[in-house]
Write a protein that binds this ligand. Structure first.
Ligand SMILES: Cc1cc2nc3c(=O)[nH]c(=O)nc-3n(C[C@H](O)[C@H](O)[C@H](O)COP(=O)(O)O)c2cc1C
Length: 215
């Protein structure tokens, strides 16, 4: 198999995104697109999104997390506050989320400000998780170097023993972030690389300016 990918290309022609079909609020459009992706048999884990943070070392870093809730106030995901992303957000709360659903030829890019959700919200979501995931949150010091797979599995065994007869409480270092959007770009693939790009930019905390970007 060749490692030359220069002929790997595809024509995008399934949908279009025109201003006349764009609602005033980007969350309405996000809801339409997300529901479509989430109910499509062609899309797996529609709520998997990329989050880019800027580390103390000046490098951006991307990784996937799961969107767990969204509304006008923002996009919520859960993680370990002591992880690499948690430390990056503590230093610089500007983040970028993105979704790509190849089967729908759609991409969404959200620039926003990350803030921790309330303790109550983290608590309530943590309690809704399966016991295995709850214990995993205790057993894994996310983003830290570990000696071996065995060391990780041993940690989990210790935690299982510890909570054998007790309710699994939430570690304080585990919780949610809400990303408050400042701009949301909707990208729809079109033929001849003449894609539709519509960006909403927040104006004075209330209204959204809509603009078309060149593909
Ligand atoms: C499909 C998918 C879903 C994931 N969901 C989460 C998540 O919701 N929260 C999380 O902390 N990590 C999640 N991860 C793991 C992250 O991508 C990442 O490895 C982890 O958060 C550590 O990142 P960091 O070291 O950059 O902080 C997910 C990975 C994949 C592939």
């Amino acid at each position: 198999m060749s490692n030359d990918l220069s002929d790997h290309r595809k024509t995008y022609a399934k949908f279009e995104l025109l201003e006349k079909n764009c609602p005033k609020h980007p969350i309405s459009l996000f809801k339409d697109w997300f529901s479509f992706a989430d109910t499509s048999d062609l899309v797996d884990e529609a709520n998997a999104m990329n989050i880019a943070t800027i580390g103390k070392d000046g490098f951006p870093k991307n990784r996937i997390v799961l969107l767990k809730k969204y509304d006008e106030n923002g996009f919520i995901f859960y993680t370990n506050y002591n992880s690499e992303k948690g430390k990056a957000i503590a230093e610089n709360k500007h983040v970028c989320l993105s979704f790509f659903w190849p089967a729908l030829e759609k991409q969404i890019i959200i620039k926003g400000i990350a803030e921790k959700v309330s303790e109550e919200m983290s608590e309530s979501y943590f309690m809704s998780r399966p016991d295995g995931s709850k214990m995993g949150a205790w057993a894994s010091h996310q983003s830290e170097v570990v000696d071996s797979r065995e060391a990780l599995d041993d940690n989990l065994k210790k935690i299982e023993e510890e909570f054998k007869n007790d309710k699994i409480i939430r570690p304080k270092h585990w919780g949610g972030y809400r990303v408050k959007p400042m701009s949301i770009e909707f990208w729809q693939g079109r033929p001849n690389r003449m894609h539709d790009r519509i960006r909403y930019v927040l104006q004075k905390e209330i209204t959204w300016k809509l603009e078309r970007l060149a593909p």
